[in-house]
Design a protein around this ligand. Structure first.
Ligand code: PLP
Length: 389
């Protein structure tokens, strides 16, 4: 029975063009990808600063493996919290200017840890409709009331906060939205959190390393104060080029997470070599003004190059540059045509984005060159002129 259901489900996904096939890469993460034996220029990764294969980080990882081995052997609260983990947390707290930071294996886990540990039954979560899946899942796990407000609509949020009788309130938002690339109105969100005595949890997966002075992220970019009610989650597998995530904030919040967060307590600490690699990565992020300036120039070059296409770029100033196509089939066809020309740009379809807004999600990195951007611009113009898409 169950097998028939799975077969039918898989067949349905295939006919709807929603069946996902994983491509195997035969080169390290970077613009020069080797996929199924073919050499292509990749515009897919979140490695915004081009650090995923940086020699200084690789060297730090190798040295740490020699010194600390590869496994941590236990959860952080048992015996898996090694010196490199501790050093990383101190470095991260200092870097983002908060009292303490807590390192997690992934951003998904960090979000699942924060939300249910801070709010429970009789509390309420106020979440932007376009939040990342991990924040949605975190809210479901929390058993608090889950109020979703229209994307970026501060009046709607204020109204819902006003009406709420919840004991504790928690506002939950992406800083840079992962499928649109726009920045949340963080100063307004923070003002509402103050006015209604709520927590504000900011998921800065796409801003950390890229935005703000020294790459300190969206909160630094918007100059928000280090208030106890502000909780920052940053991921370390995107611009930082390694893996993992951190939560930074008030020392009591961090201590409470260590005591109570199940996705923190009941999982093995990541390898100490990852923490050591990240220490090297944070140095490069801090000194990365040239990389960030180059990335900004590439974003500008792409946007001006694509300004007169029949499809429009969403109004994003981040490294995520979505080109709105509309129909699923058109987005997929365009993505395939680009791939045949050696350009790898993923098509993003529902349910990841709303129906009718299928798009190409162009991700830029400081590792891209002007020539690679120009090749993508030319190819998209050719596709538009040929009308073949
Ligand atoms: C990628 C991402 C996450 C998950 O982080 P991982 O470290 O990849 O698990 C969480 N939130 C947002 C907004 C993301 O884009």
């Amino acid at each position: 029975m169950i097998w028939d259901e799975l077969e039918t489900g898989l067949a349905r996904l295939a006919t709807e063009g929603l069946h996902r096939r994983r491509r195997v890469l035969d080169a390290p993460c970077g613009p020069a990808a080797v996929v199924d034996g073919q050499q292509v220029v990749a515009f897919c990764s979140n490695d915004y600063l081009g650090l995923a294969n940086h020699p200084a980080i690789v060297a730090a990882a190798c040295a740490a493996a020699e010194r600390w081995g590869v496994g941590s052997g236990a959860s952080h609260v048992v015996s898996g919290h090694l010196r490199p983990h501790e050093a990383l947390e101190e470095r991260l707290a200092m870097f983002v200017g908060r009292e303490r930071a807590l390192y997690f294996t992934t951003g998904y886990m960090a979000n699942l840890a924060i939300v249910p540990t801070l709010v429970e039954r009789n509390d309420a979560i106020f979440a932007d409709r376009l939040n990342h899946a991990s924040l949605i899942d975190a809210a479901l796990l929390a058993r608090a009331e889950h109020v979703r407000f229209p994307h970026g609509d501060m009046a709607a949020l204020a109204e819902r906060l006003e009406q709420s009788r919840a004991r504790r309130k928690l506002i939950l938002t992406d800083a840079v939205f992962s499928m649109d690339g726009d920045l949340a109105p963080l100063p307004e969100l923070f003002a509402l959190a103050e006015r209604f005595d709520a927590w504000l949890v900011v998921d800065d997966a796409h801003g950390f390393g890229v935005l703000g002075p020294g790459g300190r992220g969206s909160i630094a970019h918007c100059d928000l104060p280090p208030s106890p009610r502000l909780i920052l989650m940053g991921t370390l597998g995107k611009a930082a080029g390694v893996s993992g995530a951190f939560v930074a904030g008030d020392r009591r919040v961090i201590d409470w997470l260590i005591q109570r967060a199940r996705p923190y307590i009941f999982t093995t600490a990541s390898s100490p070599l990852t923490a050591a690699a990240l220490l090297a990565s944070i140095d490069l992020i801090e000194q990365g003004d040239d990389r960030r300036a180059h990335l900004c120039r590439l974003i500008e070059r792409l946007r001006s190059g694509l300004a007169d296409l029949p499809w429009s770029l969403l109004p994003s100033l981040s490294a995520i540059q979505p080109l709105l196509i509309g129909k699923n089939s058109a987005a997929v066809r365009l993505s395939e045509q680009l791939f045949q020309r050696g350009l790898w740009v993923p098509a993003i379809r529902p349910p990841t984005v709303p129906v009718g807004t299928a798009r190409l999600r162009i991700s830029l990195s400081a590792a891209h060159t002007d020539t690679q951007i120009d090749a993508l611009v030319t190819a998209l113009h050719d596709c538009a002129v040929n009308g073949s898409c």
